[in-house]
Design a protein around this ligand. Structure first.
Ligand SMILES: [Zn+2]
Length: 339
């Protein structure tokens, strides 16, 4: 460490859990943050300030005014300019810590780019908003023996758990299948602006243990927090499931092409998305979406208008999104509004 580094990180070096050796390891480490929303911007800022040597930020979305109440790294100008989130975050981070290496990737994480984007990670932080991407992260991390930390927050509630391949259960031991039906999302159920940063703090603490060379200190437990109605709970993670498709049988279906999540052009300025294998309850989805925009539904289809897009959702989980010819944007809209 240089004298400047020793000074800059002195309060962290004094913290016995990290110390000088931990700081040195951290300065040589590489963390990947998948998703630069409320969770991911917090991960990235905390890891940059802590002196993580290299950070990769992955996000395909653009900053919108509705992000500003909870996504700490972004400013009004980012939303006005519709800056890509990964690029806007990287710019802020470079001003926070100019000595670290920051790579901004404006793309979806997919089976085809996972090896390139996640391959060199010492830890992967989950800042995504959908289960398909989390299962992809899980399959990749288990297959390459890379630790990762799951996180999710919506409303006033959040949940986090660490996955240390070969030691703890993996995400598919805990949740063998994606949740069925429409899931609450920040776009439909709203979100209290401080819950993501609490969940993200738990995730970063585990990531720091791992990057500082103390992964043995990571406890295999599920932490849930409700900042409005309740408190914090921690329960032990289940044991590893020998029949788990990912860490038990090592069948990494999410790494195969094509991924289960598919989006393809259908006609001019419309994309068909098929994200789920499970049926959707359109009545339930209608009551959720009515708070956000105009919805019409019958037993065969639900039509939802959120300018400039029109989304038609079918009971088998399929959707046609009009107003775009970008499959990535269509998948992102689907994740936001259908969950
Ligand atoms: Zn497993």
């Amino acid at each position: 460490m240089t004298p400047a580094e020793r000074l800059r990180y002195s309060r962290q070096i004094l913290f016995p859990g990290i110390g000088e050796r931990g700081q040195e390891a951290l300065l040589r480490s590489h963390a990947v943050v998948v998703g630069c929303g409320a969770l991911g911007t917090f991960h990235a800022a905390a890891l940059a300030r802590a002196g993580t040597g290299a950070l990769t930020l992955i996000d395909r979305d653009y900053v919108e005014p509705s992000n500003l109440h909870r996504q700490w790294l972004f400013e009004e100008a980012d939303a006005a300019d519709a800056m890509p989130k990964a690029a806007a975050a990287a710019r802020r981070l470079a001003a926070i810590n100019s000595a670290i290496e920051i790579r901004a990737v404006v793309a979806d994480l997919t089976a085809s780019n996972a090896a390139e984007l996640l391959g060199g990670a010492g830890v992967i932080l989950d800042g995504t908003d959908n289960f398909d991407t989390r299962y992809l992260i899980n399959d990749f991390a288990v297959s390459r023996n890379i630790p990762w930390v799951y996180g999710a927050a919506v409303g006033s509630y959040g949940l986090t758990l660490p996955v240390l391949p070969a030691r703890t259960a993996c995400l598919r031991c805990v949740y063998p299948d994606p949740p069925s039906g429409a899931q609450p999302t920040c776009e439909t159920a709203g979100v209290l602006n401080v819950i993501p940063s609490v969940i993200a703090s738990y995730q970063v603490a585990e990531a720091l243990k791992i990057l500082c060379g103390h992964s043995e200190l990571v406890q295999p437990r599920i932490t849930t927090v409700d900042l409005w109605h309740g408190g914090t709970r921690q329960i032990p993670m289940p044991e590893r499931d020998p029949q788990c498709p990912s860490c038990g049988r090592r069948q990494f279906s999410y790494l195969e092409e094509p991924p289960q999540a598919t989006a393809r052009l259908c006609g001019r300025n419309a994309v068909q998305v098929q994200e789920r294998l499970h049926a959707l309850d359109l009545t339930e989805l209608k009551s959720r979406l009515e708070r956000v925009g105009e919805v019409r539904a019958n037993e065969f289809a639900l039509r939802f208008f959120v300018a400039p897009y029109e989304m038609t959702v079918f009971p088998d989980g399929r959707a046609i999104i009009k107003g775009t010819s970008d499959p990535g944007l269509a998948r992102s809209l689907y994740a936001r509004y259908v969950g």
